[in-house]
Design a binder for this molecule. Sequence first.
Ligand SMILES: [Zn+2]
Length: 411
Amino acid sequence: MSSTSDSHRLDAELAALASFSESPPPAVTRIVFGDMDRRARAYLKTLFGDASLVVREDAVGNTFARWPGRNPELPAVATGSHCDAIPNAGRYDGTVGVLGGLEAIRALQRAGFEPRRSIELVLFTSEEPTRFGIGCLGSRLLSGALEPSAGETLSSDGQSLNQVRRAAGFNGALEHVALSPGAYSAFVELHIEQGPLLERERIDIGVVTAIAAPASLRIIVEGQGGHAGAVLMPDRHDAFLAAAEIALAVEASARSTGVVDTVATTGVCEVFPGAINSVPSRTRLDVDVRDIDLLRRDAVLAAIERACGEVKARRGVAVRLEPINADPPAQCAPAIREAITTACESRGLRHRPMISRAYHDSLFMARIAPTGMIFIPCRDGVSHRPDEYASPEAIAHGTEVLADTLAALAK
Ligand SMILES: [Zn+2]
Protein backbone atom coordinates (compact mmCIF):
# COMPACT_ATOMS: atom_id res chain seq x y z
CA MET A 1 0.00 0.00 0.00
CA SER A 2 1.60 3.24 -1.08
CA SER A 3 -0.05 6.59 -0.47
CA THR A 4 1.03 9.95 -1.85
CA SER A 5 0.86 13.24 -0.03
CA ASP A 6 -0.86 16.15 -1.80
CA SER A 7 1.90 18.61 -1.16
CA HIS A 8 0.23 21.59 -2.91
CA ARG A 9 -2.88 21.32 -0.84
CA LEU A 10 -0.92 20.86 2.38
CA ASP A 11 1.25 23.87 1.60
CA ALA A 12 -1.86 25.99 0.94
CA GLU A 13 -3.41 24.82 4.22
CA LEU A 14 -0.24 25.66 6.16
CA ALA A 15 -0.36 29.15 4.59
CA ALA A 16 -4.04 29.54 5.43
CA LEU A 17 -3.43 28.47 9.03
CA ALA A 18 -0.53 30.95 9.29
CA SER A 19 -2.92 33.77 8.37
CA PHE A 20 -4.62 33.36 11.76
CA SER A 21 -1.99 35.39 13.55
CA GLU A 22 -1.76 38.22 16.03
CA SER A 23 1.41 39.51 14.31
CA PRO A 24 1.91 40.51 10.65
CA PRO A 25 3.34 37.90 8.24
CA PRO A 26 5.70 36.16 8.00
CA ALA A 27 5.59 36.11 11.81
CA VAL A 28 2.95 33.94 13.44
CA THR A 29 1.63 34.59 16.94
CA ARG A 30 -1.25 32.48 18.17
CA ILE A 31 -1.81 32.46 21.89
CA VAL A 32 -4.03 29.76 23.30
CA PHE A 33 -7.72 30.71 23.66
CA GLY A 34 -7.13 34.07 21.97
CA ASP A 35 -9.25 35.18 19.04
CA MET A 36 -6.77 33.86 16.43
CA ASP A 37 -6.41 30.52 18.22
CA ARG A 38 -10.18 30.13 18.16
CA ARG A 39 -10.39 31.01 14.46
CA ALA A 40 -7.52 28.61 13.67
CA ARG A 41 -9.35 25.84 15.54
CA ALA A 42 -12.55 26.55 13.61
CA TYR A 43 -10.63 26.36 10.32
CA LEU A 44 -9.01 23.06 11.32
CA LYS A 45 -12.34 21.57 12.42
CA THR A 46 -13.78 22.37 9.00
CA LEU A 47 -10.90 20.50 7.36
CA PHE A 48 -11.37 17.56 9.75
CA GLY A 49 -15.06 17.44 8.83
CA ASP A 50 -14.26 17.59 5.11
CA ALA A 51 -12.17 14.43 5.58
CA SER A 52 -15.20 12.74 7.22
CA LEU A 53 -13.45 12.57 10.59
CA VAL A 54 -15.56 12.42 13.75
CA VAL A 55 -14.66 15.43 15.90
CA ARG A 56 -14.76 15.68 19.69
CA GLU A 57 -13.37 18.34 22.06
CA ASP A 58 -12.54 18.02 25.73
CA ALA A 59 -12.84 20.56 28.52
CA VAL A 60 -9.42 22.10 27.95
CA GLY A 61 -9.85 22.29 24.17
CA ASN A 62 -7.86 19.23 23.09
CA THR A 63 -9.54 18.29 19.82
CA PHE A 64 -9.82 14.72 18.53
CA ALA A 65 -10.67 13.87 14.92
CA ARG A 66 -11.29 10.17 14.44
CA TRP A 67 -11.27 8.01 11.33
CA PRO A 68 -13.20 4.99 12.56
CA GLY A 69 -11.56 1.65 11.88
CA ARG A 70 -13.14 -1.69 11.01
CA ASN A 71 -12.82 -2.67 14.68
CA PRO A 72 -13.68 0.61 16.37
CA GLU A 73 -13.66 -1.00 19.83
CA LEU A 74 -9.88 -1.57 19.62
CA PRO A 75 -7.59 1.12 21.07
CA ALA A 76 -6.95 3.67 18.33
CA VAL A 77 -3.65 4.70 16.78
CA ALA A 78 -3.15 8.43 17.35
CA THR A 79 -1.10 11.18 15.78
CA GLY A 80 -1.10 14.95 16.19
CA SER A 81 0.60 18.04 17.54
CA HIS A 82 -0.23 21.64 18.44
CA CYS A 83 -1.22 24.83 16.63
CA ASP A 84 -0.46 27.51 19.21
CA ALA A 85 2.56 29.67 18.43
CA ILE A 86 4.73 31.78 20.72
CA PRO A 87 4.97 35.51 19.97
CA ASN A 88 6.79 36.22 16.70
CA ALA A 89 7.16 32.57 15.73
CA GLY A 90 6.94 30.77 12.38
CA ARG A 91 4.33 28.71 10.58
CA TYR A 92 5.68 25.14 10.85
CA ASP A 93 6.21 24.34 14.54
CA GLY A 94 3.39 22.01 15.58
CA THR A 95 1.23 22.78 12.55
CA VAL A 96 3.21 20.32 10.38
CA GLY A 97 2.16 17.58 12.79
CA VAL A 98 -1.50 18.65 12.72
CA LEU A 99 -2.00 19.36 9.01
CA GLY A 100 0.59 16.70 8.05
CA GLY A 101 -1.31 14.24 10.24
CA LEU A 102 -4.53 15.19 8.48
CA GLU A 103 -2.89 14.84 5.05
CA ALA A 104 -1.48 11.43 6.06
CA ILE A 105 -5.04 10.31 6.87
CA ARG A 106 -6.40 11.73 3.61
CA ALA A 107 -3.57 10.06 1.67
CA LEU A 108 -4.51 6.70 3.22
CA GLN A 109 -8.17 7.34 2.42
CA ARG A 110 -7.31 8.14 -1.21
CA ALA A 111 -5.21 4.97 -1.45
CA GLY A 112 -8.26 2.96 -0.38
CA PHE A 113 -6.74 1.84 2.91
CA GLU A 114 -9.22 0.54 5.46
CA PRO A 115 -7.72 0.64 8.94
CA ARG A 116 -8.58 -2.12 11.39
CA ARG A 117 -7.98 0.22 14.35
CA SER A 118 -9.40 3.72 14.32
CA ILE A 119 -6.86 6.44 13.52
CA GLU A 120 -7.22 9.60 15.58
CA LEU A 121 -5.72 13.02 14.95
CA VAL A 122 -5.18 15.04 18.13
CA LEU A 123 -4.85 18.83 18.26
CA PHE A 124 -3.28 19.52 21.66
CA THR A 125 -4.10 22.68 23.60
CA SER A 126 -1.25 25.01 24.52
CA GLU A 127 1.97 23.12 23.90
CA GLU A 128 3.69 26.45 24.35
CA PRO A 129 3.96 27.88 27.87
CA THR A 130 3.23 31.46 26.73
CA ARG A 131 -0.08 32.05 28.46
CA PHE A 132 -0.14 29.83 31.54
CA GLY A 133 3.60 29.43 32.18
CA ILE A 134 3.62 25.67 31.67
CA GLY A 135 4.23 23.85 28.40
CA CYS A 136 2.13 20.95 27.08
CA LEU A 137 -0.93 21.94 29.09
CA GLY A 138 -3.30 19.77 27.04
CA SER A 139 -1.14 16.65 26.91
CA ARG A 140 -0.20 16.96 30.60
CA LEU A 141 -3.88 16.87 31.50
CA LEU A 142 -4.60 14.06 29.00
CA SER A 143 -1.84 11.90 30.44
CA GLY A 144 -2.63 12.65 34.08
CA ALA A 145 0.75 14.38 34.53
CA LEU A 146 -1.11 17.51 35.67
CA GLU A 147 -3.91 17.49 38.25
CA PRO A 148 -7.31 18.91 37.27
CA SER A 149 -6.86 21.43 40.12
CA ALA A 150 -4.56 23.25 37.65
CA GLY A 151 -7.79 24.82 36.38
CA GLU A 152 -7.75 27.02 39.46
CA THR A 153 -4.02 27.24 40.24
CA LEU A 154 -2.85 28.25 36.75
CA SER A 155 -3.66 31.76 35.68
CA SER A 156 -3.10 34.39 33.03
CA ASP A 157 -3.49 38.12 33.68
CA GLY A 158 -5.44 37.50 36.86
CA GLN A 159 -7.86 35.01 35.29
CA SER A 160 -7.76 31.33 36.16
CA LEU A 161 -7.36 28.68 33.47
CA ASN A 162 -10.96 27.68 34.17
CA GLN A 163 -12.23 31.19 33.56
CA VAL A 164 -10.19 31.61 30.38
CA ARG A 165 -11.13 28.24 28.86
CA ARG A 166 -14.83 28.69 29.65
CA ALA A 167 -14.80 32.12 28.04
CA ALA A 168 -13.34 30.42 24.95
CA GLY A 169 -16.24 27.95 24.95
CA PHE A 170 -14.58 24.95 26.57
CA ASN A 171 -16.79 23.91 29.44
CA GLY A 172 -17.05 20.73 31.44
CA ALA A 173 -14.82 19.45 34.23
CA LEU A 174 -11.07 19.06 33.82
CA GLU A 175 -11.46 15.78 35.75
CA HIS A 176 -12.80 14.25 32.53
CA VAL A 177 -9.82 15.23 30.37
CA ALA A 178 -7.41 12.42 31.38
CA LEU A 179 -7.52 9.47 29.00
CA SER A 180 -7.70 5.98 30.42
CA PRO A 181 -4.43 4.07 30.02
CA GLY A 182 -4.79 1.93 26.92
CA ALA A 183 -6.98 4.47 25.12
CA TYR A 184 -4.38 4.47 22.34
CA SER A 185 -2.31 1.54 21.11
CA ALA A 186 0.27 3.99 19.74
CA PHE A 187 0.99 7.70 19.37
CA VAL A 188 3.20 9.15 16.61
CA GLU A 189 4.03 12.85 16.26
CA LEU A 190 5.43 14.46 13.11
CA HIS A 191 7.47 17.60 13.87
CA ILE A 192 10.16 19.83 12.39
CA GLU A 193 13.53 19.08 13.98
CA GLN A 194 14.07 22.61 15.34
CA GLY A 195 17.79 21.87 15.13
CA PRO A 196 20.38 21.70 12.32
CA LEU A 197 21.45 18.06 12.24
CA LEU A 198 19.18 16.61 9.54
CA GLU A 199 19.79 19.46 7.12
CA ARG A 200 23.53 19.45 7.76
CA GLU A 201 23.78 15.71 7.14
CA ARG A 202 21.29 15.78 4.21
CA ILE A 203 19.01 13.31 5.92
CA ASP A 204 15.28 13.19 5.19
CA ILE A 205 13.90 11.75 8.41
CA GLY A 206 14.97 11.71 12.04
CA VAL A 207 13.69 8.72 13.98
CA VAL A 208 13.45 9.95 17.55
CA THR A 209 14.75 7.54 20.18
CA ALA A 210 14.26 9.62 23.34
CA ILE A 211 12.92 12.99 24.44
CA ALA A 212 15.10 14.93 26.88
CA ALA A 213 13.86 15.55 30.40
CA PRO A 214 13.07 19.22 30.93
CA ALA A 215 13.10 20.99 34.27
CA SER A 216 12.66 24.64 34.95
CA LEU A 217 12.87 26.75 38.05
CA ARG A 218 12.53 30.33 39.10
CA ILE A 219 15.21 31.86 41.31
CA ILE A 220 14.35 35.02 43.23
CA VAL A 221 17.25 36.93 44.73
CA GLU A 222 16.46 39.65 47.30
CA GLY A 223 19.23 42.06 48.18
CA GLN A 224 19.27 45.66 49.31
CA GLY A 225 18.51 48.52 46.99
CA GLY A 226 19.65 52.08 47.35
CA HIS A 227 21.03 55.12 45.58
CA ALA A 228 23.71 54.23 43.03
CA GLY A 229 25.80 57.14 44.23
CA ALA A 230 25.25 56.95 47.94
CA VAL A 231 25.61 53.27 48.80
CA LEU A 232 29.33 52.52 48.94
CA MET A 233 30.67 49.32 47.45
CA PRO A 234 31.60 47.58 50.73
CA ASP A 235 28.01 48.05 51.96
CA ARG A 236 26.24 46.61 48.95
CA HIS A 237 24.04 43.54 48.69
CA ASP A 238 23.31 43.84 44.99
CA ALA A 239 20.62 41.36 43.94
CA PHE A 240 21.59 41.44 40.28
CA LEU A 241 25.28 40.69 40.89
CA ALA A 242 24.31 37.74 43.06
CA ALA A 243 21.96 36.57 40.31
CA ALA A 244 24.71 37.02 37.73
CA GLU A 245 26.95 34.69 39.71
CA ILE A 246 24.10 32.21 39.92
CA ALA A 247 23.59 32.38 36.15
CA LEU A 248 27.28 31.58 35.62
CA ALA A 249 26.93 28.71 38.08
CA VAL A 250 24.00 27.39 36.00
CA GLU A 251 26.31 27.26 32.99
CA ALA A 252 29.17 25.71 34.98
CA SER A 253 26.86 23.07 36.47
CA ALA A 254 25.72 21.94 33.02
CA ARG A 255 29.25 21.93 31.63
CA SER A 256 30.55 19.97 34.62
CA THR A 257 28.81 16.78 33.48
CA GLY A 258 31.13 16.68 30.48
CA VAL A 259 28.26 15.33 28.37
CA VAL A 260 26.83 17.21 25.37
CA ASP A 261 23.32 16.04 26.27
CA THR A 262 23.25 18.25 29.37
CA VAL A 263 22.10 21.80 28.67
CA ALA A 264 21.12 24.63 31.00
CA THR A 265 19.91 28.11 30.15
CA THR A 266 19.08 31.23 32.11
CA GLY A 267 16.60 32.73 29.68
CA VAL A 268 14.94 35.33 31.87
CA CYS A 269 16.59 37.94 34.08
CA GLU A 270 14.35 40.61 35.52
CA VAL A 271 16.02 43.32 37.54
CA PHE A 272 14.06 45.44 40.01
CA PRO A 273 13.65 48.38 40.12
CA GLY A 274 15.50 48.49 36.79
CA ALA A 275 16.83 52.04 37.01
CA ILE A 276 20.35 53.14 36.07
CA ASN A 277 20.84 55.01 39.31
CA SER A 278 19.47 52.39 41.66
CA VAL A 279 21.21 49.35 43.18
CA PRO A 280 19.13 46.29 42.19
CA SER A 281 17.12 45.13 45.18
CA ARG A 282 15.52 42.10 43.58
CA THR A 283 16.30 39.90 40.58
CA ARG A 284 14.37 37.03 39.11
CA LEU A 285 15.99 34.34 36.98
CA ASP A 286 14.12 31.67 35.05
CA VAL A 287 16.32 28.66 34.43
CA ASP A 288 15.79 25.70 32.10
CA VAL A 289 17.79 22.46 32.52
CA ARG A 290 17.54 19.42 30.24
CA ASP A 291 19.16 16.05 29.81
CA ILE A 292 18.18 12.67 28.46
CA ASP A 293 19.43 11.16 31.74
CA LEU A 294 17.20 11.96 34.69
CA LEU A 295 19.83 11.40 37.41
CA ARG A 296 22.34 13.60 35.64
CA ARG A 297 19.70 16.30 35.10
CA ASP A 298 18.77 16.19 38.77
CA ALA A 299 22.45 16.36 39.76
CA VAL A 300 22.71 19.62 37.80
CA LEU A 301 19.64 20.98 39.61
CA ALA A 302 21.28 20.04 42.93
CA ALA A 303 24.52 21.77 41.90
CA ILE A 304 22.56 24.95 41.05
CA GLU A 305 20.89 24.81 44.45
CA ARG A 306 24.28 24.49 46.19
CA ALA A 307 25.62 27.44 44.21
CA CYS A 308 22.62 29.51 45.29
CA GLY A 309 23.38 28.70 48.92
CA GLU A 310 27.02 29.67 48.50
CA VAL A 311 26.23 32.99 46.76
CA LYS A 312 23.59 33.77 49.37
CA ALA A 313 26.03 33.32 52.26
CA ARG A 314 28.90 35.21 50.63
CA ARG A 315 26.87 38.18 49.37
CA GLY A 316 24.37 38.49 52.21
CA VAL A 317 21.29 38.21 50.03
CA ALA A 318 18.19 36.00 50.26
CA VAL A 319 17.74 33.39 47.53
CA ARG A 320 14.50 31.51 46.96
CA LEU A 321 14.15 28.62 44.48
CA GLU A 322 10.72 27.84 43.07
CA PRO A 323 10.53 24.70 40.91
CA ILE A 324 8.24 25.19 37.89
CA ASN A 325 8.42 21.68 36.48
CA ALA A 326 10.72 18.66 36.53
CA ASP A 327 9.60 16.00 34.09
CA PRO A 328 11.23 12.65 33.43
CA PRO A 329 12.59 11.90 29.94
CA ALA A 330 10.66 9.64 27.59
CA GLN A 331 11.95 6.70 25.58
CA CYS A 332 10.33 6.07 22.23
CA ALA A 333 8.80 2.62 21.73
CA PRO A 334 11.03 0.23 19.73
CA ALA A 335 8.06 -1.08 17.68
CA ILE A 336 7.16 2.43 16.54
CA ARG A 337 10.78 3.34 15.77
CA GLU A 338 10.92 0.20 13.68
CA ALA A 339 7.71 1.05 11.81
CA ILE A 340 9.09 4.53 11.02
CA THR A 341 12.43 3.08 9.89
CA THR A 342 10.71 0.50 7.67
CA ALA A 343 8.64 3.28 6.07
CA CYS A 344 11.80 5.29 5.33
CA GLU A 345 13.50 2.29 3.76
CA SER A 346 10.57 1.32 1.58
CA ARG A 347 10.45 4.89 0.27
CA GLY A 348 14.20 5.16 -0.20
CA LEU A 349 14.55 8.00 2.31
CA ARG A 350 17.72 8.64 4.29
CA HIS A 351 17.13 8.40 8.03
CA ARG A 352 18.99 8.42 11.32
CA PRO A 353 18.13 7.90 14.96
CA MET A 354 18.18 11.08 17.04
CA ILE A 355 17.28 12.57 20.39
CA SER A 356 14.65 15.26 20.73
CA ARG A 357 16.21 17.97 22.83
CA ALA A 358 13.10 20.10 22.68
CA TYR A 359 10.08 18.63 24.41
CA HIS A 360 6.79 17.98 22.75
CA ASP A 361 3.35 16.64 23.55
CA SER A 362 4.92 13.22 22.87
CA LEU A 363 6.82 13.52 26.16
CA PHE A 364 3.50 13.21 27.98
CA MET A 365 1.73 10.90 25.54
CA ALA A 366 4.59 8.43 26.18
CA ARG A 367 3.19 8.02 29.71
CA ILE A 368 -0.03 6.51 28.41
CA ALA A 369 0.83 5.00 25.03
CA PRO A 370 3.81 3.56 23.15
CA THR A 371 5.10 6.68 21.43
CA GLY A 372 7.34 7.67 18.53
CA MET A 373 8.34 10.87 16.75
CA ILE A 374 9.21 11.63 13.13
CA PHE A 375 11.49 14.64 12.57
CA ILE A 376 11.95 16.45 9.28
CA PRO A 377 14.68 19.00 8.50
CA CYS A 378 14.03 22.71 8.79
CA ARG A 379 16.17 25.42 7.21
CA ASP A 380 19.31 26.22 9.24
CA GLY A 381 17.68 24.49 12.21
CA VAL A 382 15.74 27.69 12.86
CA SER A 383 12.50 27.56 14.86
CA HIS A 384 10.41 29.91 17.03
CA ARG A 385 11.25 32.67 14.54
CA PRO A 386 9.36 34.19 11.57
CA ASP A 387 11.92 32.75 9.12
CA GLU A 388 11.27 29.19 10.30
CA TYR A 389 10.97 27.09 7.10
CA ALA A 390 10.49 23.50 6.04
CA SER A 391 10.32 22.74 2.31
CA PRO A 392 7.16 21.23 0.80
CA GLU A 393 9.34 18.27 -0.22
CA ALA A 394 10.58 17.69 3.33
CA ILE A 395 7.01 17.96 4.65
CA ALA A 396 5.77 15.52 1.99
CA HIS A 397 8.44 13.00 3.04
CA GLY A 398 7.41 13.34 6.67
CA THR A 399 3.73 13.05 5.84
CA GLU A 400 4.23 9.94 3.72
CA VAL A 401 6.39 8.26 6.35
CA LEU A 402 3.71 9.13 8.92
CA ALA A 403 0.99 7.65 6.65
CA ASP A 404 2.95 4.41 6.25
CA THR A 405 3.62 4.25 9.99
CA LEU A 406 -0.04 4.83 10.90
CA ALA A 407 -1.08 2.21 8.34
CA ALA A 408 1.37 -0.35 9.76
CA LEU A 409 0.20 0.30 13.33
CA ALA A 410 -3.53 0.36 12.49
CA LYS A 411 -3.80 -2.53 10.05
ZN1 LIG B 1 6.14 22.28 18.60
